[in-house]
Design a protein around this ligand. Structure first.
Ligand SMILES: Nc1ccccc1C(=O)C[C@H](N)C(=O)O
Ligand SMILES: [Zn+2]
Ligand SMILES: [Zn+2]
Length: 210
């Protein structure tokens, strides 16, 4: 039985992982260490809810929104279409998607980096126009996944793309690493941690050939 190829599209969460300016740096502290009288290593992890590859919950952009534990898991498992967007654009536009998103596409992943900036924070990431979110919702898309750290520009005060997602009740994955994955349709698995009251949650995201 031939095994279907699996792509790990998650950032390695490590000390020094680039985070949103001003956000919590990732930290790891050994609270128990293997040694005489201690059979285990245990760590204390310090991280932002938006560290690395993660799922936003509506609570992130809506004070009355559901937290991570309330996310509909169906959104994060199932067929997903991956499209490549030419790098260096300020925002993804409908023109770049027209004719490329078959009606009934439920999960859409967009690669906007040529190479994911693992080495340091980049504020010039490709965001998404709110009109693009509306257009995708009209085609039946229920989950938008991006390699960028946000759907809105870093200096956005309106979060227009996030609020378009809210209006349409869509899901969001951010911080995906899509560098080596060809365009196409895959099985996505990217389940958010069941954080009871948090506004986002880390995911281990993978794509598997169908
Ligand atoms: N840490 C932050 C602090 C303030 C404002 C945004 C962030 C973000 O991380 C962006 C987030 N990933 C987003 O969902 O757009
Ligand atoms: Zn986020
Ligand atoms: Zn977001």
């Amino acid at each position: 039985m031939t095994s279907r190829r699996l792509w790990d599209i998650s950032q390695p969460v490590r000390v020094g992982i680039p985070v949103w300016p001003g956000d919590t740096a990732y930290g790891e502290e050994r609270t128990w260490a293997i040694g005489p009288g201690c059979p285990v290593n245990v760590s204390r992890l310090t991280l932002s809810s938006h560290t690395g590859t993660h799922a936003d919950a509506p609570l992130h952009y809506d004070a009355d929104g559901v937290p991570a534990a309330g996310l509909d898991l169906d959104r994060y498992i199932g067929p997903a279409l991956l499209l490549h967007i030419p790098p260096g654009q300020p925002a993804v536009t409908v023109a770049q998607l027209e004719g490329r998103v078959p009606a009934g596409t439920v999960r859409l992943l967009l690669r906007t980096y040529d190479r994911f900036p693992q080495g340091g924070w980049r504020s010039d990431f490709t965001a998404m126009d709110a009109g693009c979110v509306d257009w995708l919702a009209a085609r039946g898309v229920q989950l938008i996944g991006v390699d960028a750290p946000s759907l809105d520009p870093q200096d956005s005060k309106t979060l227009s793309a996030h609020h378009a997602v809210r209006r349409h009740g869509m899901g969001i994955l951010e911080g995906l690493v899509l560098d080596d994955v060809p365009e196409g349709t895959y099985e996505l698995v990217a389940l958010p941690l069941k954080l009871a009251t948090a506004d986002a949650a880390p995911v281990r995201a993978v794509l598997r050939e169908l």
